[in-house]
Design a binder for this molecule. Sequence first.
Ligand SMILES: Cc1cc2nc3c(=O)[nH]c(=O)nc-3n(C[C@H](O)[C@H](O)[C@H](O)COP(=O)(O)O)c2cc1C
Length: 351
Amino acid sequence: MFNQKLYFNKKTIFSNRISVSPMCQYKSLNGFPSDWHYHHLRNLMETGAGSLTVESTSVSKIGKITHFDLCLYNYNHYLEHKKLIRYLKKIRNIPIIIQLSHSGRKGSTEIPWKKKNKPLKQKKWQTIAPSPISRAKGWPKPKEMSIKKISEVVKQFENSAKLAFKAGYDGVEIHMAHGYLIHQFCSPISNLRNDEYGLKKNKYKFPIEVIKSIKKIKPKYKIIGARVTGTDHLKNGIKISDAKNLINKLKKEGLEYVCVSSGGIIPITNLKASKGFRFKISKEIKKDCKIITRTSGMINDFKTIKKFLKGNNIDLVAIGRKLVQDKFFLLNEKKFNLNYQLPQYKYCLKN
Ligand SMILES: Cc1cc2nc3c(=O)[nH]c(=O)nc-3n(C[C@H](O)[C@H](O)[C@H](O)COP(=O)(O)O)c2cc1C
């Protein structure tokens, strides 16, 4: 079943059920894809996975996590993404999705391998959020977003999606997890607003507006997905029932798939990671919301991949670190018969 194609429409077809998970590289200057991206993404394209999601990419200057995040919000970014996509598609013609994000109160931080989860002390910027609540002790207080600011950010998502479609991406994946701005609007931990963008009244107005505005400009055969939070792993946080409620609302506005993630609204939660630990919630979401569903999280062996995909419990398995660590992980597995091998290598490794 891992070799089965997944049809979103007649032009966007994932060639198998394994996807490359998005992974931030913090290797951009002024938001542009760099030589590193060509090298890193080429390697991931060559793994045999049936689709690739490009890392979290900011829709504005203050939507970045660090100064070195990838961006797509102006014409020059668009030109560089277009070049990158043209290059990658020559290697393998599989769907490439870009993950679009705004960091909100999670932004203005150090590069993680220099200082993990630490806000910048110098060259910092004023962050924004649904409510003026810091991410954690020692983090700066974000500015509460006005209604005008919220509409501005909705427009920024729309603008980036438009540029992404034009640049040649097959779809956009909106980041609504890992403590980013949309997650902040969806979680009772970070959204204490009493207006229509709060959680009491018109639930999920902000993410709905984002999906709606992208749907409006989406070319026919491109796709819209989202990385969502299945649970905050916190007593007062998002529960799976909230996640289902959100997904059902977004589906009506044009959302075509979800990747179920969890945790991250604050740096430390009750999340206990283990092999495939999000499979159960992903399966429940797929069953109840009837939407194409991807699961992820420490999936790094064939037995598990096979088990998860069996019986259509989920549609896609996303793999991140294992494919970085071992580019040939999928290709070396004979049983997978992924129908993909670079002809040069296929020929030379035949015997
Ligand atoms: C270096 C690194 C960068 C990541 N960046 C992103 C990102 O840009 N967007 C996202 O949604 N998840 C990101 N993640 C989470 C991964 O997509 C994935 O869900 C996680 O690593 C668990 O899967 P794995 O065990 O197969 O790596 C990142 C993970 C790593 C290790």
